[in-house]
Design a protein around this ligand. Sequence first.
Ligand code: NAD
Ligand code: MG
Length: 389
Amino acid sequence: MVQHYNIALLGATGSIGMQTLDIIRRMPERFTLVAAVAQSRWQELAAVAREFGARRVVIGDARYEQQLRDALADTDVEVLVGSEAIEYVASTDDVDMVVNALVGYAGLHPTLRAIESGKRIALANKETLVVAGDIVMAAARDKGIEILPIDSEHSAIKQCLEGEKRESVRNLIITCSGGSLRDVPRERLADVTPEEALQHPQWSMGAKITIDSATLVNKGFEVIEARWLFDMSPDNIKVVIHPQAIVHSMVEFKDGAVKAQLGNADMHTPISYALLYPDRALEANTPFSMLDYPMLTFSDVDREKYPALDIAYEVLRRGGTAPCIMNAANEVAVAAFLAKRCRLTDIVATIRYALDNATFVERPTIEDYDRVDAEVRTLAESYIGQLNY
Ligand code: NAD
Ligand code: MG
């Protein structure tokens, strides 16, 4: 008997969302799409609902509600609007698994609601764990739920840890392709355009994570994500540059053995691993051949060029609301950079400003996180507003 899951897909029109739909499409005996969520792309959302026979859809931005209703008027798909509705579709009784592929802080409450409702969770939305990893992991433990990572590095680490004892592990080693600006010298970073920063050499992803990869904020977030998913001390989480993006991450054991997970840079593998775990059943799009990669190289991160990585370790050690502050300032600054309202290097400057000026709460509740997130958004906007760019 194979396990079948009814899925609520949050972020159905995005990069991870569309690849998840691809897997659902290829494995109808394993998955049924019950609910789909998108922010503004109502036409794509309506098409998804029709193709997969979804029972309900949520559009985040209320301005598109009427178009979506009209587009689905001849169906019995239930149309819902706004953030409360996203939490609702992550919690209904007819859903077994929530795939969270939203971007940013918006993913946090739906993750918590899915945990409270006892759903299996495949998590792409790393910001959930960056902001509130303490609360999220405690809630998952209470409910006996395992959070299955979609992020390729964490999927790799999970695969390397299968069958191993926790106490045998010395270090987690997260690989980093270096992002779109790895060949751009540090002195030029301030002049990089969004168009240039959006050209990732290895992965085709949403705009926000592509910029996060260019600044290495993404890698810093992945260190925080690993700290929570695998309960590791920050001292035992290392980052290494690996431009070919073939080794997706590694685990170093105390006896000197190192396990690595390799494969093509194709998110279908980590997504299907999370969806099907503990099975492996999806046929790879392109078989992997070592012979295509006779040279795999590794090097240290240039900490001067990429200060965001050290800031991530620093906020992780500081704890409390510090990671939440970093995340909110980054979200605002990345949006401003994409809108050409600030320079790439202002992203880290905004994060530093917010860390110096926002309210710090040592043992935050979820309400504290909401409050600090909102406060930092205002702070960051005003900081960027006075930059005179
Ligand atoms: P994306 O921008 O391509 O897609 C985001 C999706 O979420 C879209 O469907 C959008 O409509 C929806 N959405 C965003 N904000 C929303 C809101 N407030 N309300 C309702 N819907 C909303 O992003 P992506 O690249 O697919 O990334 C999704 C998440 O997965 C991010 O947290 C990212 O860091 C993580 N991730 C992505 C990749 C990748 O290859 N793309 C790899 C690892 C991790
Ligand atoms: Mg990743």
